[in-house]
Write a protein that binds this ligand. Sequence first.
Ligand code: FES
Ligand code: FES
Length: 163
Amino acid sequence: MNISFFVNGKGIEIEVDPLDRLLDILRDELHLTGTKEGCGEGECGACTVFMNNKPVNSCLVPAMHVDGSQIVTIDGLREFDFFKKIQTSYAQNGAVQCGFCTPGFVISTINFLRENYKKTVTDDEIKNAFVGNICRCTGFEKIIAAIKELHEMNLEIPEKFYE
Ligand code: FES
Ligand code: FES
């Protein structure tokens, strides 16, 4: 089937099998390799991207559902100022080791900061918001420390990244 959609603000038209995974379309066809594959089963969050402005596990999204959608990947967010602040905070808190989980965590972080802008949140609420992301290296606490620090900065995240 032929599908058309937007990735990082750019219109794409592509021939796919309806059951092809969004993750493979992004990495193999569009060479957006910032998005990683971990488990391939919706458990680890390494493949997280925004689909119509909500985080999804791209390993679970079939091509037929991508038609007409707006996808934003980690590769399309690097130039935003808020992204650079997230990068710095992750680095300073020791929240990145092998870096494999980081793209997924960063997408989830952006979503969390947007949803909780200027709201009071507890440490448990932060932890619960990230149960869908797994890090095998850093022990999770350092990532949570970075997210807490970023939340306290009241970073403003745009409602939409691309028109
Ligand atoms: S690779 Fe998609 S959730 Fe693990
Ligand atoms: S930094 Fe290696 S899996 Fe998280």
